[in-house]
Ligand binder design. Structure first.
Ligand SMILES: [Zn+2]
Length: 126
């Protein structure tokens, strides 16, 4: 009987592995997006994390924070995964165009967002 129960538990544990959450961390999502939508051309020295920045009126921001780029998402404005994914795409386009134009939402950033939309990056988000 003990062997039987151990076998059942072993089988259940094997089958339970794929059932675990499929959600990626923000950093994992950044690198997945980089591979899928940016041909791995986004900076790879990036920290992506939640931080309270809503007092600045932003849902997220991307900045040079020393030896790397920091992408911050405000937890109050990004409570749902869908919103956080859209904010991350927005910030990924900032990472792609960082320091290349005076208006941070200028033509290059807009072209980045437009390209993401046309390749279907937002298909399950809006
Ligand atoms: Zn922006």
């Amino acid at each position: 009987m003990r062997y039987f129960l151990a076998s059942i538990l072993a089988i259940l544990s094997v089958f339970s592995v794929p059932i675990q959450s499929k959600e990626l961390t923000l950093g994992q999502q950044y690198f997945a997006d980089n591979a899928r939508y940016f041909a791995n051309k986004l900076p790879d020295n990036v920290l992506v994390f939640y931080a309270p920045i809503s007092q600045e009126g932003d849902m997220g921001d991307t900045s040079d924070c020393g030896k790397q780029i920091c992408i911050r998402l405000d937890p109050d404005y990004n409570k749902s995964l869908r919103v956080a994914r859209m904010t991350l795409f927005h910030e990924e386009c900032h990472a792609a165009t960082l320091g290349t134009e005076l208006d941070q939402h200028g033509p290059r950033w807009q072209a980045c967002m437009y390209r993401l939309a046309t390749v279907g990056a937002f298909a399950d988000l809006w």
